[in-house]
Design a protein around this ligand. Sequence first.
Ligand SMILES: Nc1ncnc2c1ncn2[C@@H]1O[C@H](COP(=O)(O)OP(=O)(O)O)[C@@H](O)[C@H]1O
Ligand SMILES: [Mg+2]
Length: 197
Amino acid sequence: MKKYGKYAVLENVSLSLNPGEGIALLGENGSGKSTLLKILSGILAPDAGEVRIDGLSGKQAKEKIAYVPQDIVLFEELTVTENLYAWSSLRGRENTDRAEYLISELQMESFCKKRIDRLSGGQRRRVNLAAALMGNYSYMMLDEPLAGIDEQGLKCVAKLLKDEKEKGTAMIITEHNPTILLPLMDRTLRFDGGCLV
Ligand SMILES: Nc1ncnc2c1ncn2[C@@H]1O[C@H](COP(=O)(O)OP(=O)(O)O)[C@@H](O)[C@H]1O
Ligand SMILES: [Mg+2]
């Protein structure tokens, strides 16, 4: 459970994620999806209840999680490539091969030398995803990573997620359009009256 002032969300929410599993998390705006992913990623602390990740609390396990925020968090005046390097050094993974791999997988070659503030919404969304994947992680928490992405982008994100799953990364992903996600994930959970069903 999380309290925003007097207002509480995520009462009676319980879920478990198995190794290598993919869960699609659906629910109306305001149902608490983003709050749940922030708690699972160790960004927010719950006011009641607890998170256990490989025996650790959400905060302790932060390093193991690639968190892709719903809001774009990038350095606007840096280029795409510079953003990836900046995020990798923040996460302790100085790896140029990884940046090249993500630029290629997400088909960002044509705009990787541009500054973030010169990109389209869908291009920014791809960089936002790549930046989160510069760390060393075994879990991914993806908050609407497909928002505003075009057809070509959807295909490469889908392939990337499929490859990650095959490597054993477990993930929870929120999205409004379940038809894109369902084939990729093992289970679907939906918020209904504050509970997950
Ligand atoms: N920082 C905040 N301060 C106050 N209320 C918030 C804050 N973040 C989220 N909320 C409220 O909590 C509820 C759940 O929000 P959120 O987790 O973003 O839902 P979702 O991602 O499913 O749209 C909403 O009613 C929202 O207004
Ligand atoms: Mg949200």
